[in-house]
Design a protein around this ligand. Sequence first.
Ligand code: ZN
Length: 148
Amino acid sequence: MSDLRELYQQVILDHNKNPRNFRELPEATKKVEGYNPLCGDHYTIYLDVDGDTIRDVGFTGSGCAISKSSASVMTQTIKGKSKEEAERLFNVFHKLVTGEPGDTSTAELGRLAAFSGVSEFPARVKCATLAWHTMRGALEGKEVISTE
Ligand code: ZN
């Protein structure tokens, strides 16, 4: 288990240091700001949605390592997916970080599994889910998301 922990830690550190899709999308059809006042995390999520497909995703902003790496992994996870699939992944991730039992295998979780340890730190759940809530808010047509 400690080896797995180590691996998960590496994934989070890597995505924090080199966030993927860390850019504005000039062609974004949706742009939403997300705040987590408790920690000071603040990001803007850009989505390029074509019909039902999330063609491209980007994000900018700043915050703690958990929030930034989670945003990075989120963009990689939902890029190219349908809105429905993104909603399903939101629920999978939410269960994972809140420690609710889910029926998703570790293999299917892929890099999302790196955040499983967050469930032991309730104060960090909002950090881990911020980008996901913001993404979902964007799909729902909202403009600003606050975790409060
Ligand atoms: Zn945070």
